[in-house]
Design a protein around this ligand. Structure first.
Ligand code: SF4
Length: 634
């Protein structure tokens, strides 16, 4: 590759101390000018550590070694303080995941955005203000002259992420490192940020290294991608080929576990939990979860357990390489990568979709519900305005039905969900929950009938209680299973696919997926008819999301539950739900079956939401590809 702006060889990051843990283990990265390369992986895969190593932005308790690390022509390993400062915010721009945490709350946004230039060029205040308005306007922030004098808390999440991008690019860097640049944003904002990154990249021809767990973002943005697992690269290749013909079983499993956006889609969960540096097994790190291994003869299986596979080049027959003559190829760290050329989906269990009975009586009736919030000044306590969060909303939820509530942040979907579990009361209208005999339920019985599953299971579980106490507490509050509560705890854990010995652990000793299962078990303890699930998958890794989707489908079929699923992820909604209700500015603008909403949307807002879905098919990008230099693609 010519015009390389980043070359990393044999990168290793490990913790210091007597028993060091390998966080990144022998990783190579190449990024060319004008090229976008993705490092993709789940939590603990080492992708963020690898990216931060490029600017030596690592915590003090880890050490970095590498066979070579060159960024924009600078030897990063040998660079002294001034040389590193020249890279950071200068020739290398950084975009972080959480812009609010990375802006100083007491300085105007415009001043922070232009700080990298003002410091280097000793710019006057007037020139700095002019530049701030110019760059904020360039990234699409309206009224930039006024906005550049405002503070971070006065910006929405999407605008602040735009400002962060402006700050990263204000020095026209040759390399940009973007760490989960769209994770905290709504689907529509994600597409706008992808568009913006592509536009700006085409203007300054920078190389971009994007760190993400989102395969949709990889498909939309990247030219090449490396899939990381347990600190190592499992597969590297051009995105089109990686998605169409994955050579590593982990890549294949990640693609299969992602909700595919089709009704009753075949979501195939990867069994087990992602390996972490502390739990990484010997041999191939993926072997405990690998479906290809279990289909191999015993001798091959033993090889997977004993021998670490190295990354090797595998030609992709029937494709054409960049030179036009040889076939394309990918690098894969699997002893049997060539087998993957003939294997389709690996035999992960499917999550079958059971449609509800269309003639069933409604279990919830929402009639003309509205809710307003009065906003007050934090300083004077004076009323500053009124927000109509939910405005005259009506719908029904059938027995065994799954209804998706979708919309952007601030559309009112979470407020509506909270009213459905009586965390807040509506100003007008009513929500009626029906018992088996269709009579309305009230009081304590209401709370037993409708249960809430929170977005953040860690925040909703008392960290000082064991899992047994957390579930027993619910049983005791509702005077359930007295005399056999230990057995009921075991039964509930089994219902959500957790082993009984987990009852003695504390929430911090569980993985994110296990905590979400515990939260669901607690909700099921009172034998509800309805679960209101508030973004239940958004904090989980892709493979764990698929496990929870499988679990939710099974529970619905086994227990006859109805769901209200609040989510901004339209792929997840389509995979779990029967009907979808689209909310915009507090109103229901469209309600229909998933087929009607996704295939024949009527309302312009629904069409906008759907057009913002990031696809896993790079051929079907929501955002057209930007021109990339031929040298960068070589
Ligand atoms: S080396 Fe073995 S365990 Fe690892 S991915 Fe390949 S088949 Fe699976």
């Amino acid at each position: 590759m010519t015009d390389a702006v980043l070359t990393v060889r044999e990168l290793r990051v490990r913790t210091r101390g007597d028993a060091p843990l390998a966080l990144v283990d022998g990783v190579d990265i190449d990024v060319g000018l004008g090229e976008t390369v993705a490092l993709v992986g789940e939590s603990g895969s080492g992708k963020t550590m690898a990216a931060r190593s490029v600017l030596r932005l690592l915590p003090a308790n880890v050490e970095l070694t590498a066979g070579g690390l060159s960024a924009v022509g600078t030897d990063v390993l040998a660079a002294d303080g001034p040389a590193l400062r020249g890279l950071r915010g200068g020739r290398v721009g950084m975009i972080f995941q959480d812009p609010m945490a990375n802006f100083n709350p007491v300085l105007p946004v415009g001043r922070q955005v232009t700080e990298p230039v003002r410091i280097r060029q000793r710019m006057s205040k007037r020139a700095g203000d002019k530049l701030a308005a110019e760059v904020l306007g360039h990234v699409g922030i309206p009224d930039p002259e006024r906005r550049c004098r405002e503070y971070p808390h006065q910006f929405s999440g999407g605008m602040l992420q735009r400002a962060m991008i402006a700050m990263a690019l204000v020095n026209r860097p040759s390399l940009v490192i973007a760490d989960e640049p769209t994770t905290a944003l709504d689907a529509t904002l994600q597409v706008k940020i992808v568009k913006l990154l592509r536009l700006l990249q085409s203007e300054i021809n920078a190389g971009i290294l994007v760190i993400t767990h989102d395969l949709g973002l990889v498909a939309e943005l990247a030219d090449r991608a490396s899939v990381m697992y347990a600190g190592r690269i499992m597969e590297t290749g051009r995105v089109g080929e990686l998605f169409a013909r994955p050579l590593h079983p982990y890549t294949r499993a990640l693609l299969d576990s992602r909700p595919e956006g089709r009704t009753g889609a075949d979501v195939r969960a990867i069994p087990g939990e992602p390996a972490t540096p502390a739990t990484r097994p010997g041999g191939c790190a993926f072997h405990p979860r690998c479906r290809l291994r279990v289909e191999r003869p015993a001798a091959d299986q033993a090889r997977c357990v004993d021998e670490v596979p190295v990354l090797r080049l595998v030609a992709l027959p029937g494709t054409t390489g960049t030179t036009g003559s040889t076939p394309s190829s990918s690098l894969a760290a699997c002893h049997f990568a060539t087998e993957m050329l003939t294997v389709g989906h690996l035999a992960q269990p499917r999550a079958d979709h059971v449609p509800p009975d269309p003639d069933s009586a409604p279990v919830v009736t929402v009639a003309g519900v509205s809710k307003r919030f009065v906003t007050k000044s934090a300083w004077s306590g004076r009323r500053t305005g009124v927000t109509q969060a939910v405005d005259d909303v009506s719908f029904t939820l059938g027995h065994g039905e799954s209804l998706g509530l979708v919309g952007e942040s601030g559309s009112g979907k979470s407020t509506l969900g909270r009213m459905m579990v009586r965390l807040i009361e509506p100003d007008t209208g009513g929500i009626t929950v029906h018992a088996q005999d269709a009579s309305p339920v009230t009081g304590q019985q209401f709370r037993r009938t409708v249960q809430w599953v929170h977005q953040d299971p860690y925040g909703s579980l008392n960290p000082k209680m064991t899992i047994r106490r957390l579930i027993t507490e619910v049983l005791a509050r509702y005077r359930l299973a007295s005399g056999s509560r230990a057995a009921r705890v075991t039964e509930l854990l089994g219902l959500v696919g957790l082993p009984p010995d987990l009852a003695e652990r504390y929430p911090h000793q569980l993985s994110g997926g296990q905590r979400q299962r515990v939260a669901i078990a607690r909700a099921l303890a009172v034998e509800p008819r309805v679960l209101v699930l508030d973004e239940p998958l958004s904090a989980l890794d892709v493979s764990i999301q698929a496990q929870v989707i499988t679990l939710l489908r099974r529970l619905r079929a086994d227990l006859g539950l109805s769901y209200v699923l609040i989510s901004h992820d339209l792929n997840v909604v389509r995979t779990i739900c029967d009907r979808v209700a689209v909310m915009c500015e507090g109103r229901l603008v469209e309600v229909g079956t998933v087929d009607d909403i996704y295939d024949r949307p009527q309302h312009p807002y629904t069409k906008t939401l759907l057009s913002a879905m990031l696809n896993v098919d790079p051929e079907d990008r929501a955002v057209p590809a930007s021109p990339v230099t031929s040298t960068a693609r070589s």
